[in-house]
Design a protein. Structure first.
Length: 427
């Protein structure tokens, strides 16, 4: 019966479905049956799919680890050391405890060390990439927050809820396309991205015109009001959308780029990194290469003198707040590609965004970029180092301590005197 069963299984090696061929090759790799090696070698010679061919070759060498001839085992071990195959690591460790031949045992030790070194390097690259993608989200959020606080002196505690509104804008557009334009559902994100800018920017204009303009020069009141607005927006989203929804990335962002074996960088995160760079270039051009940016910087440095030159500080305030909230909305739309959409999604990033602003300096573009990189990378490096379910919380506490120490060691931080004066100006 086992021979008949094995013969029936062997028919799947020539099946038209690649998934069946791959699954059988993986299943045979966990067996301890050397009789299947000729069947695998014959199928591997005919296989046209490179991925399945590689799986078959790896399976053959796994089975060779059980061969009674030391030379054959040593060749298989050398193969896994050269390819740094993670799937063979546990088997090599088990074999090391049982192996009697000194040369084979030395080969196993060398192969295990090479695989473990490769895994450490791969994990480090993954942590750095994840940190870079988090830094990109923080950069988009913090750019608006830094400009708003630098110009208006308002601590916008509802900035995280602006990110939430951007995420829900993407969700609403996705559902609209799924209902009315199902044949073009993949194009929803091309509409959601600019729409999140417009929608959340319009919300920012309403907030500034309706409430915040009466609170200039009253930082405590503005902080409490924006905190209350955030709570209202959170509960409103919870009542209308529920506790949790999700946005499905378009198919062209669901795959990834395999930069090394076993490490795939998702296109969605690469897109977020590119988007943050585009936002950085646009903000730089707006601030330092446009007439609007000249007026904005003039109001930031000396509001009274700018008013004497005919610049409407009120219009600049509205434009600045709308720009800051629009950037948060854009960050929320991008974030929906890699996370769930829920009413409290902004809480995850608002604390880090404020730390970026404090560390980078109010209105300092370069400082914001460097601080975003520092906070984002620190988060993703400290989380795996600490471990446990509360690693993210402990990582944030650790970063906060580092920020406080930095500011204590350098009391002026990255804040020039004129910016500290502008941030504290009472109007």
């Amino acid at each position: 019966m086992p021979l008949v069963h094995r013969a029936l299984e062997a028919l799947e090696l020539s099946a038209s479905d690649p998934a069946k061929r791959r699954a059988l090759a993986l299943r045979w790799g966990n067996l301890q049956d050397l009789t299947v090696i000729p069947l695998l070698e014959k199928a591997q010679a005919k296989e046209t799919e490179p991925g399945i061919k590689a799986v078959m070759v790896e399976t053959i060498h796994k089975l060779h680890l059980l061969d009674p001839a030391p030379q054959v085992r040593q060749q298989a071990i050398a193969f896994f050391g050269a390819t740094r195959a993670e799937s063979a690591l546990s088997r090599l460790r088990d074999l090391r405890d049982k192996e009697q031949e000194p040369q084979v045992q030395a080969a196993i030790t060398s192969a295990v060390q090479r695989i473990e070194s490769y895994l450490q390097m791969r994990n480090a690259v993954a942590y750095l990439f994840n940190g870079l993608s988090l830094a990109s989200i923080l950069l988009i959020m913090s750019l608006g927050l830094a400009i708003t606080f630098g110009l208006m002196g308002i601590i916008n505690m509802a900035h995280g809820e602006m990110l939430m509104l951007g995420s829900y804008t993407a969700y609403v557009v996705q559902e609209f396309f799924a209902t009315h334009f199902s044949a073009h559902a993949d194009t929803y994100f091309l509409v959601a991205l600019p729409l999140s800018l417009l929608v959340v920017g319009a919300v920012g204009i309403l907030l500034e015109r309706g409430l915040l303009r009466f609170l200039y020069g009253r930082p405590l009141e503005s902080l409490l009001v924006t905190w209350g607005i955030g709570l209202v927006l959170q509960q409103g989203a919870r009542l209308y959308f529920g506790d949790q929804t999700s946005v499905h990335p378009p198919t062209w962002l669901r795959r990834g780029w395999e930069i090394m074996p076993g490490l795939i960088l998702p296109y969605s995160r690469i897109f977020i990194i590119v988007l943050s760079l585009v936002c950085l270039v646009v903000i730089y051009w707006l601030l330092y290469r446009s007439n609007t940016g000249l007026k904005l910087r003039a109001v930031m440095q000396n509001r009274e003198m700018a008013a004497c030159m005919g610049i409407s500080a009120r219009k600049v305030d509205t434009l600045t707040f709308a720009l800051g909230t629009a950037l948060a909305g854009l960050a929320g739309c991008a974030l929906s590609l890699i996370g769930t959409v829920d009413p409290e999604v902004g809480k995850t990033y608002i604390v880090d965004s404020f730390m970026v602003v404090v560390l980078g300096g109010v209105g300092k573009l370069l400082g914001t970029v460097l601080a975003s990189l520092g906070v984002g990378m620190s988060n993703k490096i400290l989380e795996p180092a600490i471990g446990g379910t509360a690693a993210a919380v402990y990582a944030k506490v650790g970063i906060l301590v580092l920020v406080i120490l930095f500011l204590q060691l350098k009391p002026t931080g990255l804040f020039p005197a004129k910016e500290r004066l502008a941030a504290g100006t009472v109007r």
